[in-house]
Design a binder for this molecule. Sequence first.
Ligand code: NAP
Ligand code: HSE
Length: 440
Amino acid sequence: MSAPATINIGLCGFGTVGQGVWKHLSANRADLESRLGVKLHLSRAAVRDLRKARAVKIPAAKLCSDPLAVATDPSIHIVCELMGGTTLARKVTLAALRAGKIVVSANKALICEHGAEIFAAAQKHGGHFFFEASVAGGIPIIKALREGLVANRFPRIYGILNGTCNYILTQMEERDAPYASVLAEAKRLGYAEADESLDVDGWDTAHKACVLAWLAHGVWVKTDQMIVEGISRLTPDDFKNASVLGFGIKLLAVITRDFARNELCVRVHPTLLPAGNVIANVSGVFNAISVTGDVVGTTLYSGRGAGQDATASAVISDIADGAALLTYCKGTHLISEATPPESQRCRLAPAESIRSRYYLRLTVKDQPGVLARVASVMAKHRVSIASVIQNPAEHADAASLVLTTHESNERAMCTTLQQLAALPSTLDEPLLLRIGDFND
Ligand code: NAP
Ligand code: HSE
């Protein structure tokens, strides 16, 4: 079959990301066409509510309310799934792939839940699935892992993968701003998911960590196999305590592989990072990822991790890959589509293998013997205390105790935490944060 003279593009979803793609593809079409040597045509877009006012203008005749019709329209070559969610998005994606089309997706939740099925469908039916926008917004981290770093195995990947959370944490730290008002700002700026708990409870970061872990290690690690903790229990005082101790706090995804033991660990949690660490200083909606390869050493990537323009940049790069594929290599697969080798013998690291130093905040009765009882619970589990800070607490006759530990492990800390929470002198649920001793 000959290559089409014009590549027709259909969008399923015309919200923050969809409108960004339409706007920038329309504005830069001539340049893109000249680079690619093929015409690009924005055919149509599907939305839920045809009457909604939209900042980016689109002819009414090009809007419809049936994403499946766009996905299966025989004249459309590239289908961009930009709706979010996992039910209709899965149907639309599979329908387009079964028709042998190219699908471009920004939907990390979909890939995390149904990635194996989606890649199998693409392979079986001759379709193609591109997903650069699904992780870290405008940073080309998928291409970096699949192409630029193809020579490497990856003992460690860690970083900030959620723009909304980094925006909130930065504002809390720098302006002492209340959590709720900063979250509302992040929503207004188009950073947050339709269901904001995906952002603040760590699930969006976990979905992205799942995608990166698959690319790096060929294993689908589901969110219920990870430690996933969000940012909603952090207070401005935690930033002050961390700063006194020489740290900043970031919500991180951490993917580590111990090749000698063949253990993989994927976790998402707020982390204390040394104040001098580059990623500790990445603020606002920016994401940053440190990738350590066994051949290249450590490489670092930073850029806007959410928002209309950054995400459109990544979607359009996938559209360009799709257009090039259709024009020059129809019937083949790009290097960037190669499935990562499956790590057959790799197992998930057990809790005692996950080692770290810890930060522990407890609100306790301000009475004689309380600190001794806390220390005795920790000693029972061989958790060694490195430092103690005592601050006044909001409750009368109470104190806020902040302890840091020497290196321990998740199993010991989990039991310690349960027993500390059960002490009669403990007044609130304790907060446990990991300390990331990452220097690069
Ligand atoms: P959004 O602003 O909520 O837009 C979603 C779009 O999908 C809207 O146009 C909506 O229609 C349409 N839609 C939803 N359900 C539909 C249905 N049942 N039938 C037809 N149309 C439907 O979301 P977004 O922020 O653009 O995000 C889209 C995807 O990109 C998500 O997977 C998200 O995780 C991902 N992503 C977002 C960002 C970001 O910064 N926003 C960054 C990276 C990745 P109406 O307009 O009529 O409501
Ligand atoms: N809600 C996501 C974030 C969008 O804030 O990072 C980008 O994936």
